[in-house]
Design a binder for this molecule. Structure first.
Ligand SMILES: *Cc1c(COP(=O)(O)O)cnc(C)c1O
Length: 365
């Protein structure tokens, strides 16, 4: 049952979302009888040499692709990005200190809510004033005197705003990079901890990739329950308990795929091309489509736009779907349309969507 590209839709869903066909095919081929062991990986002990190798290769793959420096640990932790919203303040926000947060949209809002359950939070920027269509100028951000860290969501998946530059602050930046990880290089000097739910750019849901500096691990309090403590995940090499083996295996395959394609440099180039293709159609049909996002901060991963009214938004989504382009409905909290164009979305997908956008505007404008 080999699938080909022509069997597949262009999947513009925000996450879970499209993954490389080559990766899915390799996983399908290898699943029942992994490397002639007579069993699949997900049926084997996580202490077996096969599974341990997969974890080592996935870790090395992430290190190579993302050029992760030696002083940063690479962890795979169950619970997705959402679990990190709480785990971060529990480990990084000691009594007597506070945490700085930038409120740039729906995902940072959730991170802030969990941090508030743990300790004091300062909002350095509140995007609700501008309906989350813009971001603060990086040079305007100063950390609070008692801040332990500054949290940012590098790409707000729902609102479609993406940081270009990060502030220069004297506290470590903690970043939720769920919906952009591996799509552009990272300046590690600024970051103490980076995390990403796997299901946008690197694999299946249910697992977060966490990059954490040793100096942050050193500060984790000793009185946390076992699973909540980063230091224990480091000690256990991401096998503190029975780990999400399938997710990590898929991440390994995605890293292999990315390397073969040309790595982050390739992904970044692709993201530029795909996003430009779509934003150009919005601009070309200006008046019909509107992108609410400040041009400086338009996301290269999630392109949000509206047609003249909600009925046309719905017709757009339905007609595109009928033509093999799915998942274009905007998030229920904001409406409109959204095209998520992660690494595995071929350029042809963006081109097909842009042609459809032009035709739809001509017909309904
Ligand atoms: C999807 C997403 C999350 C949530 O990820 P889960 O793995 O479902 O918890 C968090 N932050 C951002 C930016 C996301 O895009």
């Amino acid at each position: 049952m080999t699938a080909t590209t022509t069997d597949r839709i262009f999947n513009f869903s925000a996450g879970p979302c499209t993954l490389p066909l080559e990766v899915l095919q390799q996983a399908a081929d290898e699943l029942p009888n992994y490397q002639n062991n007579g069993a699949s990986l997900i049926e084997m002990s996580h202490r077996s040499k096969q599974v341990v190798s997969v974890f080592e290769e996935a870790t090395q793959g992430v290190r190579d692709v993302l050029c992760v420096p030696d002083d940063m640990h690479i962890l795979f932790i169950g619970g997705g990005a959402t679990f990190q919203f709480g785990m971060i303040p529990m480990n990084l926000l000691p009594n007597g200190k506070s945490a700085d947060y930038i409120h740039s949209g729906a995902w940072s809002k959730k991170a802030i809510a969990d941090a508030k359950a743990v300790g004091n939070v300062n909002l350095l920027f509140d995007g609700s004033d501008s309906n989350f269509t813009t971001l603060p100028d990086a040079t305007s951000i100063k950390a609070s005197d008692d801040a332990a860290y500054l949290h940012v969501c590098s790409n707000e998946t729902i609102g479609g705003v993406q940081f270009t530059d990060y502030p220069d602050v004297d506290v470590p930046i903690v970043a939720d990079m769920s919906s952009e990880i591996t799509s552009r290089p990272i300046d590690y000097d600024k970051f103490g901890l980076i995390y990403a739910g796997a299901q946008k750019n690197i694999g299946p849901a249910g697992c977060a990739l966490v990059l954490i500096k040793q100096e942050i691990v050193d500060q984790c309090p000793g009185n946390l329950i076992n699973y909540l403590n980063y230091a224990n995940h480091v000690k256990g090499a991401s096998m503190l308990n029975t780990p999400p083996v399938f997710q990590v295996y898929m991440i390994k395959l995605v890293m292999d795929w990315l390397k073969a394609k040309g790595g982050v440099a390739w992904a970044q180039q692709q993201a530029e091309t795909r996003s430009k293709t779509l934003y150009d159609s919005v601009e070309r049909n200006n008046g019909f489509y509107k992108c609410p996002v400040d041009a400086k901060y338009r996301s290269k991963m999630n392109v949000v736009f509206t047609t003249p009214n909600a009925d046309l938004d719905a017709a757009f989504v339905k007609e595109a779907d009928a033509q093999g382009m799915s998942g274009l409905k905007g998030h229920r909290s904001v409406g409109g349309c959204r095209a998520s164009i992660y690494n595995a979305m071929p350029i042809e997908g963006a081109e097909a969507l842009a042609s459809f956008m032009d035709a739809f505007a001509a017909k309904n404008g």
